[in-house]
Design a protein. Structure first.
Ligand SMILES: Cc1cc2nc3c(=O)[nH]c(=O)nc-3n(C[C@H](O)[C@H](O)[C@H](O)COP(=O)(O)OP(=O)(O)OC[C@H]3O[C@@H](n4cnc5c(N)ncnc54)[C@H](O)[C@@H]3O)c2cc1C
Length: 350
């Protein structure tokens, strides 16, 4: 990739922040070698004179991002026209075998099981994931997890945006060694740009990436403050788990379940998500989503590295796979439809 020395103002400020397509992933803040940027509100803020090194522009998932170049880097080829949700090796419906994980996870607990397996079997020293803010319930915040207890504690989905790249910076600064990275599709784009450059300090620690399917994320002010608290009159700290399965489902700590229509929360979706063409984290080593399944995770194993981790976790009995059945075809059809729609909508919106 050709390296261009360009300032933050000439690149990201003009072409990403002003047009309001910044996803707030925090990659630019994390990698700036001169600490010129800080993460403020929902994105980068310049706090000292930019030295025009150009690194932030090189790794931003919204500046000169090319899916074709990235595919050639990750898979050695570009996708064929009928590979609607990207290149992959195989698709399975998977589930944790651990009761601890099942209690804490969002869908099948596949992601948490793979994180635990990787951590406990010497694949990695840490997991870059997302947890919940200690003072703002239901708010996603980046976390670097170094132990089984931490990984379990941070299982489950928060539907607000979590700049997990900031936890990757922690891993680099703390010199903890190799990490497994979990993130939304836009964050996996940034991971691949870092590896393609390569920005060695970061690329060297990134061992494997798990991408989460993502239609959209939501603003905290909108989804939690306005909708959950003001409209539904629910205290956020009383919510045990939030899920989206055709509707918004809130499992309360007292055992009650409350639901709301997705139409009612649409207005709180992050604006920048409408310009994202990638539903199923098409560049991740492994992609995972619920896609309407109850207690199982639809899992797309895309790369050799992903296959190696998954096979070993399965052989060790950490995850189980549901036998292939006719339902799988329906799920693949659904995945194809959603992926196409997301890409087409992004093209219309851009
Ligand atoms: C914003 C968002 C939107 C999503 N939209 C869809 C969708 O439309 N359709 C679909 O099928 N699936 C969607 N998912 C994925 C789904 O919610 C589950 O994460 C996935 O099915 C894996 O389930 P699991 O039980 O295997 O994961 P778990 O074992 O529960 O592990 C989930 C992991 O995700 C991490 N995490 C939690 N919240 C975030 C966050 N905000 N950002 C980054 N990492 C996070 C946790 O730290 C944990 O490590 C979405 C996820 C997010 C974060």
């Amino acid at each position: 990739m050709q390296f261009q020395k360009i300032s933050f103002e000439e690149s990201l400020e003009n072409f990403v922040i002003k047009p309001r397509i910044c996803v707030g992933c925090g990659s630019c803040v994390a990698v700036c070698p001169f600490n010129c940027l800080e993460y403020a509100a929902h994105g980068p803020k310049i706090i000292s004179e930019c030295k025009s090194c150009g690194i932030c522009a090189q790794i931003c998932p919204r500046f000169n991002f090319s899916m074709q170049l990235s595919e050639r880097f990750v898979f050695g080829r570009e996708r064929a026209v009928d590979e609607e949700f990207g290149i992959y090796k195989r698709i399975v419906i998977a589930q944790t075998t651990s009761d601890d994980v099942r209690r804490a996870c969002q869908d099948g607990g596949l992601v948490t099981s793979l994180l635990l397996f990787a951590l406990e079997n010497g694949f990695v020293n840490g997991a870059v994931i997302s947890g919940e803010s200690s003072n703002e319930p239901l708010k996603a915040v980046p976390k670097l997890a170094l132990s089984r207890d931490e990984v379990l504690h941070y299982a489950g989905t928060r539907y607000t945006y979590s700049p997990n790249m900031l936890a990757l910076r922690d891993a680099v600064l703390k010199k903890i060694g190799k990490v497994i990275f979990v993130g939304t599709p836009c964050q996996i784009h940034a991971v691949r740009k870092i590896q393609m450059l390569p920005l060695k300090r970061y690329a060297d620690v990134l061992s494997i990436s798990i991408g989460l399917f993502c239609s959209e994320s939501f603003t905290y002010e909108g989804l939690v403050n306005k909708f959950v608290q003001e409209k539904l009159r629910i205290t956020p700290s009383e919510v045990l788990k939030m899920n989206i399965k055709g509707k918004l489902i809130l499992k309360m700590k007292n055992g009650e379940v409350k639901t709301a229509s997705l139409k009612d929360i649409k207005e709180y979706a992050c604006r920048f998500c409408a310009t994202c063409p990638d539903f199923s984290a098409e560049l991740a080593d492994i992609s995972a989503g619920g896609l309407g399944l109850e207690g199982w995770t639809l899992t797309i194993i895309r790369t050799e590295r992903g296959e190696e981790l998954f096979k070993k976790a399965e052989a060790a009995g950490a995850v189980r796979v549901r036998p292939v059945e006719s339902e799988e075809n329906k799920i693949v059809e659904l995945l194809t439809r959603i992926s196409k729609r997301k890409r087409e909508n992004a093209i219309k919106t851009c």
